[in-house]
Design a protein around this ligand. Sequence first.
Ligand code: PGA
Length: 228
Amino acid sequence: MQHFDRSKKLLIANWKANKTVTESQEWLDTFRAQQLNTAVQYVLCAPYHLLSTVQPTRNDSYVLGVQDLSQFGAGAYTGEIAGANLVGLGVQYALVGHSERRKYLHETSALVALKVEAAVQAELTPVVCMDREQIEEQADQIPQHLWNKLLIAYEPVHAISTFGGQEDPIETTLEVIAHIHEVFGNEVPVLYGGSVNSENSLVYLQQETIAGALVGGASLDAEKFSQL
Ligand code: PGA
């Protein structure tokens, strides 16, 4: 199922392993009080333990995503969260292959491809995160018939705030994104991620070939996130 609306930019908040129930409620109270940009589609990738707490109401202008997904289905897989477990929680997107998981949990592009398949099976839109080095190998691993079902988030590892936060010049970003389009086809929406904040977000979001942004640090504050 494709949830992405091509007429809008997509802004994904990736909270990572942050926030308690109370903190997530405070975030939502603040977010709901903001004047939001109607040309933006907001996605909140909350950690699993908060998915029930941050359920959008009919008046809300965000949808939910998860930060990872098991490659397995429901069953005897201790500690895993399968797509089938998420039914009823209104989750639409699943980040897979985030560089923190590749680094700390040694996730390979082959595993990420299995997670893409699991996401599609669960009718979630996979957002496949990759750095420049992973473009070809990730394309080799993900079956081609699934390419029209995914979004890609280009995230140069050195640009991620907790890994150094060194932004690429926009020319470099656009070159790499053009390469991703060459490999996966022009129809695949590509987001940018890595230290996106209210000062630099327009540089990325005004580019025609950038479909949106994946935001970590700057998404933890609802006011800052809504100003991107
Ligand atoms: P950052 O994180 O915005 O804090 O750099 C982005 C990400 O890791 O997805």
